[in-house]
Design a protein around this ligand. Sequence first.
Ligand code: TYD
Length: 236
Amino acid sequence: MEKKQELYSGKAKSVFATDNDDFVVLSFRDDTSAFDGEKVEQLSRKGEINNKFNAFIMQYLADNGVPTHFESLINDTESVVKNMAMIPVECVVRNVATGSLVRRLGVEDGMELNPPVFEFFLKNDALHDPMVNEFHIETFGWAKAGDVSKMKDLTFKVNTLLKQLFADAGMVLVDYKLEFGLFNGEVYLGDEFSPDGCRLWDAQTRKKLDKDRFRQGLGGVIEAYEEVARRIGVPL
Ligand code: TYD
């Protein structure tokens, strides 16, 4: 497959056309951003780690019945994925309270959430990704009711699978964000799953092993991503 012109460049990834309309190349850059793009830095090797991490997780999810856009790794920082129409809604599941949930509701940081909490956010940096519900999504036409329900079911299925995967490697999957898209009218998991879009804590020490290290200026960001990858067996 031949890589063609750039179609879109986001905060951490770029998308390129290919000679086949059904597929695009997802290119993972070293750019790391937080606070709706206000804090941006280059972290050497992040693109490569996230590309390989994402490939591993997407393959694991696909092997366990979750439809994903992932097709194949093509080099250290790039993968081929299905060319989907993305749904502009982020699906967040929280197993432990932290971050914006704590700021919003004043609940205790670190509290275990049983059952887990599910939230939708509109993907819109200018509006700071406001929280929305199923009515907003349907009324404003961001997704059809049936597809919203599929996104929710798949996000919980991912929770069951990944909570266990990370627990087996001595980590707590605190929370994460997923994005979905439509390909031939069907819902598939898209975007990426990497330590950029989830929170992972060491089960014993509670050490943060995710992008909170960058958000909070704790240092050792890439070392933490590499450790997570190593623990779950991602070939780097
Ligand atoms: P949340 O606690 O709402 O965000 P904040 O980073 O402001 O504290 O985030 C919950 C999880 O979802 C966390 O792992 C980060 C991820 N997430 C993103 O990666 N991007 C987003 O735009 C949002 C809303 C969440």
